[in-house]
Design a protein around this ligand. Structure first.
Ligand SMILES: Nc1ncnc2c1ncn2[C@@H]1O[C@H](COP(=O)(O)OP(=O)(O)OP(=O)(O)O)[C@@H](O)[C@H]1O
Length: 257
């Protein structure tokens, strides 16, 4: 039996008279890798911020990891991890300082933190970079570390908002190995991406356009339904460019390299 770990019913988020999330209804199952796709400005980050307890919905019924998004945001924050392309690590702190900082936020004991930090640095092959400032690290390393820090406290769900932006395909593939590893450990992965090859790696994919979910299914079923050879074709049939290019809009689908 599939168990819903995220339940969203009729989510509406308005900014003034503008509707960024227009009546979204969907569930995410425990342990799945759920792709949350849409063109720039479709409303993905807005929904992720709400699901992470960082912003309030205008209306709708939402439950994340067993907690209500209106009244139990602190509990939600303890049970999730969050990584965005724009905000993740502190550039002016070292690798070890960042790990310590996030472990502290999530209430991990110093003993456990020490053990886990050793394991993590070994796994990432970053033992020698332990005392280096984040600012000087290659982007691919930063992303791997940001992801590891986001799941350091073994959350039930990790939200990844465009985690692989700007890195080469090989680094992206390696990043996805880490995503699968987390999913195998039982962490539900909720991920946004503009890379359509990554959409193929997801168990299920939702595609948003102008604040609405236009399609939601497995990549195989979506390709069948839209008679498309790949997810890039599916995406282009569904998603349009943002209506307001000054808000970072415009189509930005990145196809398979
Ligand atoms: N705080 C805010 N106030 C007003 N409008 C906002 C606010 N936050 C987001 N928006 C608008 O809501 C819409 C959806 O934005 P959102 O960032 O959720 O899109 P997105 O799908 O994540 O896009 P991208 O792929 O570019 O990250 C955009 O038109 C954006 O300008």
């Amino acid at each position: 039996m599939k168990e819903e770990i995220i339940r969203v019913k009729n989510l509406v988020k308005k900014f003034g008279s503008f509707t960024a999330n227009d009546n979204l209804t969907f569930d995410v199952y425990k342990g799945e890798v759920f792709g949350f796709l849409g063109a720039n400005g479709a409303g993905k980050t807005t929904a992720i911020r709400i699901l992470s307890g960082l912003s309030s919905p205008t209306s709708g019924k939402l439950n994340v990891a067993g907690f209500d998004v209106y009244t139990e945001t602190e509990k939600i924050k303890k049970n999730i991890g969050y990584m965005s392309q724009k905000f993740s690590l502190y550039e002016d702190l070292t690798v070890a300082e960042n790990i310590r900082f996030y472990a502290g936020i999530y209430g991990i004991s110093p003993k456990r933190r020490k053990e886990k930090m050793g394991e993590l640095l070994k796994k990432l092959e970053m033992e020698k970079a332990k005392n280096k400032l984040i600012a000087g690290l290659p982007l691919g390393w930063k992303q791997k570390l940001a992801f590891s820090v986001a799941v350091f406290h073994e959350p039930k769900i990790v939200f990844l908002d465009e985690p692989t932006g700007g890195v080469d395909p090989v680094t992206r593939r390696k990043f996805w190995d880490m995503i699968y590893e987390a999913a195998n450990d039982g962490i539900t992965v909720f991920v946004t991406t503009h890379y359509m090859d990554e959409a193929e790696y997801c168990d299920r994919v939702s595609i948003m356009d102008a604040g609405k979910i236009e399609a939601l299914d497995t990549p195989a079923k979506l390709k069948e339904k839209y008679n498309a050879k790949d997810m890039d074709e599916v995406f282009l049939r569904i998603a349009r460019a943002s209506p307001n290019p000054s808000e970072g809009g415009g189509q930005e689908t990145i196809t398979n390299e």
